[in-house]
Design a binder for this molecule. Structure first.
Ligand SMILES: Nc1ncnc2c1ncn2[C@@H]1O[C@H](COP(=O)(O)OP(=O)(O)O)[C@@H](O)[C@H]1O
Ligand SMILES: [Mg+2]
Length: 198
């Protein structure tokens, strides 16, 4: 076999941003990091599982932050805290609290007034909160878990299947997902709703 310059996914080194605030110094590469994060996320799901939650609770800054903290608190020092730097994705860091507040108020209104059906409310919320990009990392997974919580806790529906794939990794299914996200950017949510139930 010749020299393999192509890192397999499990060996992708962490970039500077990913190393910052890492609470487990032994993590050497992206594959290991993904596994630690996944374990932590499963604990967050356990925390959520038996609880009944009202719309007023779910759509609060406190809940949005504590869910992120529960998902990543064992891995990242900054889990559950709004990001302190600007990204290529998301709005200016100073606008996060107000943009999130607006979104939380809108979502509560949609639920109380049945503006859209359940899946559409969850997916619209998911899409908008990712575009706020509240945290330094983990926003995609956090937004999908928020959507799952909305349909399960508020509508007693089953959680989304999200293409039945790990969307954090490069894959054909992730490409389909990102195409649906871009359609949603233009105000067309149907592809993303269909994807979430596929
Ligand atoms: N053009 C894009 N490329 C990559 N991710 C995008 C794009 N547009 C929106 N996103 C969203 O941003 C998320 C990535 O943000 P990130 O904070 O790294 O989340 P995570 O670490 O959970 O993947 C994606 O899951 C996706 O929902
Ligand atoms: Mg990420």
């Amino acid at each position: 076999m010749g020299l393999n310059l192509d890192y397999s996914d499990g060996q992708t080194p962490l970039d500077e941003e990913e190393k910052e605030g890492l609470l487990i110094p032994s993590v050497a590469n992206k594959g290991e990091l993904d596994e630690f994060e996944q374990q932590n996320i499963e604990e967050a799901i356990q925390w959520i599982l038996g609880r009944s939650l009202k719309a007023e609770t779910i759509f609060s800054e406190r809940f949005v932050k504590s869910l992120h903290e529960r998902m990543y608190g064992e891995i990242w020092k900054w889990a559950g805290q709004f990001r302190k730097s600007d990204k290529n994705l998301g709005i200016d860091k100073w606008q996060i609290p107000v943009a999130l507040k607006t979104l939380l108020e809108d979502a509560l209104f949609w639920v109380q007034n049945e503006t859209y059906e359940a899946d559409e409310i969850a997916i619209r919320f998911k899409h908008r909160i990712v575009n706020v990009h509240c945290f330094s990392n983990g926003n995609g997974r956090h937004s999908r878990l928020m959507a799952d919580i909305i349909v399960e806790k508020l509508y007693k529906r089953s959680v989304f299947s999200w293409g039945a794939a790990n969307l954090s990794k490069e894959s054909r299914i992730r490409e389909i997902y990102l195409r649906a996200v871009k359609e949603a950017d233009k105000g067309n949510y149907q592809l993303l709703i269909d994807f979430a139930r596929s």
